[in-house]
Design a protein around this ligand. Structure first.
Ligand code: ATP
Length: 480
């Protein structure tokens, strides 16, 4: 997709800045940070290679104890902002396997493909439109074609995973793992309209798995074969489409800032007509400066009424809307903000990763790795530490504190090792707050400090004394 050829768009002043194209980011200021992030993800339990003990499965990933919380917080926040806090959007959860005719009607069976090139020499398989970023398997310093390898002509490779439903494996039982969540929302349009009693404009939202047999999965979880999407189909009257496209672009940019992605690293690409799907009357790609370059996080597209029309034609079932006021009957248009869960999690990991030199508790200089997640999406909100584990009164008090906080947030209790080491472990997990129960808490240093704790803030490492009875409210406020 061309990075330069950008048409001007009339939007608010903040967005105008985003629409000014800057040069493609190479490695970011954190240098080789991608390798360090991948290593931290494994070390701390954010992301593991799928089926690792059997050598893995290319393009598939498992989320560990911290990763699953991060992902869940992201999805919950998306759901809260886009469904629970809005009267005009309702949710659904569609099946992954659908009638094959869905994919015939949508055009996926015939056209959901990427151009594939084989190298007869190194046996590598490459996406014809990504040769620039690909490497020869035998001579990694060269691109395919620059080496002596003989390349085949490009051929179209359908990216849907084919499978069979039922006991027979013949053509009549073929279907596919869905390559996007969108189609189940189009084919359920009428049921949702009738049961939810929504009026145009209204949206249907879904979070769920999608599968694409990508030719070259790469950049860690960025391009996977199994991934999750968060999509909204926002149905409207035809004359509202263009305006709603601008509206949803702004909404989605706001969301990314709310979860802690920095404004400077977010960009908007107004996709030129030649690069858009033929039915699209406008598409924006929201991009992020990853350490490996500027890449798409989300597409916001005005898809006209193409999808509903196609399903109406193929199924023979009316997918129209009757406007009570104007007495018109028509097939609604749709604006679709379509985001990747895994890509957003990766952006959150890249954004959060930081290293700094600090003077530790023993007065020595040390390198601190810290994940500066926004408290809203941090996997664990608060660490609770008794100063010493062999002092039963400290342990009991710390356990009481865990019980106090646990109904309100995800808390991690840790009594093992030096307190500095425990802080550092939570810094790598991205836990924004740490609470230490010490002898002052027990009242051993006088009544003034009884039932107070040390609250440590992850980013500044500042420590303050806080009464236990004020702690829950204070943390809840900070997290929100
Ligand atoms: P790309 O050009 O990067 O292949 P796309 O334009 O095909 O992406 P869409 O079909 O618009 O992607 O899907 C919507 C969103 O789903 C993308 O913006 C991305 O966040 C996510 N997504 C798509 N393909 C993948 C993948 N293979 N791995 C992870 N996320 C993906």
């Amino acid at each position: 997709m061309s990075q330069e050829d950008i048409a001007p768009v009339e939007v608010g002043s903040g967005l105008a800045k985003l629409l000014t194209r800057r040069p493609m980011a190479g490695k970011n200021d954190k240098g080789d940070s991608m390798e360090k992030i991948v290593s931290l993800c494994k070390r701390r339990g954010f992301v593991f290679q799928s089926s690792e003990i059997y050598g893995g499965l290319n393009g598939c990933w498992d989320y560990g104890p911290l990763g699953v919380e991060l992902k869940r917080n992201l999805k919950d926040y998306w759901w809260r902002r886009n469904v629970l806090e809005r009267e005009d959007v309702v949710g659904m959860d569609g099946s992954i396997l659908m009638n094959r005719n869905v994919w015939r009607a949508s055009g996926h069976e015939s056209t959901f493909s990427d151009p594939l090139i084989d190298c007869k020499t190194c046996k590598g398989r490459f996406r014809a439109d990504q040769l620039e970023d690909s490497r020869c398997l035998l001579k990694p310093s060269k691109r395919p074609g620059e080496c002596d390898g003989e390349l085949t002509e490009p051929r179209q490779f359908n990216m849907m995973f084919r499978t069979f439903v039922g006991a027979s494996e013949d053509d009549s039982s073929v279907t596919y793992l869905r390559p996007e969540t969108a189609q189940s929302m189009f084919v359920q349009f009428k049921n949702v309209l009738e049961t939810s009693r929504q009026k145009l404009p209204f949206g249907l939202a879904q979070i769920g798995k999608a599968f694409r047999n990508e030719i070259n999965p790469r950049h860690f979880t960025f391009r996977s074969r199994e991934f999750e999407q968060m999509e909204i189909e926002y149905f409207c009257r035809p004359e509202q489409g263009k305006e709603l496209l601008e509206y949803w672009l702004k909404e989605r940019l706001k969301f990314y800032e709310e979860i802690g992605l920095s404004f400077e690293k977010l960009h908007v690409l107004d996709v030129p007509e030649a690069d858009r799907a033929h039915y699209s009357e406008g598409t924006y790609d929201i991009e992020y400066d990853f350490p490996f370059g500027r890449q798409e996080l989300e597409g916001v597209a005005y898809r006209t009424n193409y999808d509903l029309r196609k399903h109406q034609e193929h199924s023979g079932k009316p997918l129209e809307y009757f406007d009570d006021e104007t007495k018109e009957k028509f097939v609604p248009h749709v604006v679709e903000p379509s985001a990747g869960v895994d890509r957003t999690v990766l952006a959150l990991l890249c954004e959060a990763y930081d290293e700094e030199t600090i003077t530790n508790e023993k007065g020595k200089e040390e390198m601190r790795t810290v994940m500066r997640f926004h408290p809203r999406i941090a996997p664990v909100k608060c660490g609770v530490f008794p100063l010493l584990k062999n002092k039963p009164e400290l342990v009991a008090k710390a356990r009481d504190l865990v019980d106090l906080l646990r109904p309100h947030m995800h808390v991690f209790y840790d009594e093992g090792g030096a307190i500095g080491r425990r802080y550092r472990r939570q810094d790598e997990a991205g836990t924004p707050f740490g609470v230490t129960i010490d002898f002052e808490t027990l009242g051993e240093q006088g009544d003034d400090l009884r039932d107070t704790v040390t609250l440590r803030e992850r980013d500044s490492m500042k420590q303050t004394r806080v009464p236990i009875q004020e702690l829950t409210d204070r943390l809840i406020q900070e997290i929100r």
